[in-house]
Design a protein around this ligand. Sequence first.
Ligand code: ZN
Length: 381
Amino acid sequence: MRGNLVYPYSNALLEYEFRKDHPLKPDRLKLTYLLSKQLGLLDKVKEIEPTHASREDLELFHSPDYIDAVEDSGTTNNIHPQYGLGTPDNPVFPLIHDTGARYVGATLDAMRAIMGGASNAFCISGGLHHAHKNAASGFCIYNDVAIAINMLHKKKKCKVLYFDFDAHHGDGVQNAFYSSKEVMTISVHQTGKTLFPGSGFVYETGGVEGVGYSVNVPLMPGAGTPELIRVFDEVVVPLFESFKPDLLVTQQGVDGHYMDPLAHLTYTSHGYETVIRKLRDMSSDICDIGWLALGGGGYHPVNVARLWTLFLAVMLDEDVPRKVPDEFKEAASQMGYPDIPEFMRDDDEVVQLYVPREQVSMDLDRALRRVNELVFPYHGL
Ligand SMILES: [Zn+2]
């Protein structure tokens, strides 16, 4: 049995807010924490208070010029469009650098705890997978994922598997490790033909030494739980077993859920739960350093809370009640969220009804055949 799962959280994380009407609402974290606490799951984790990442930490991935620009935006409110700062997705705000650095700090604290023997962590504020070396992008200021993996690699040569099932392609993390075979990135997402950031096609397989170590499975709008499970079983499982990572890092954005307002996938709790359970078992069997689980997208705050709480329960091998507790519903409606699901898990049959299954499934057949041709030979598969 491994050490207690580490869970970085503090109210200071709620200050990462671009604007009141911006879709990335801090209530996502607040409601997740509340529901996980109400269900007694936080009694079973080791909660830690996140620290700030230092300038030196941020420079493990970002350029000094870019960090200067973020600091300047925070101090002067100046925009720097050449660095992605002050765009509609990433408006500038006074705490942009401070809260960005605190988000990175939370993920680094989780990584340090894992390196120190904790083995598993769930950092719900982490997973800012779009941030680039020189630019903010897609609500992401600093790329906590790339920084944390680089910190680990500074201390220890080891293999990392990054698996990203956010509805959007994990472009920032893929680019960070595109030429590396120490870090394998696998992203399953809605196709870049119809969704930001417009990348993540099967032919993006890595460069130089890293060819075969960037893996992408784009899905058509409407794809859901059957496709997610199929990609997991036919791509993630064989690559996980052949690569044998020392550490698993997952980006667990839930904007692929059928209720999410920003993307067009139709995952359900059943699909997510199946994936998280398998990740738990495989990381426990294969990864000697452990599993760093991160949050990510998800723009229906109550639903994010319900799903991330379910993920935490699965990670801890605990169960959740059938119904969303009344005390949570009351608290959420007081916070202005009246639209609250009745149950902790979704009814798959309701969701399947409005998906053009045949087309989605044929498109996935093609994508999987291409992954087989372009990636699997590098891994003896
Ligand atoms: Zn996303």
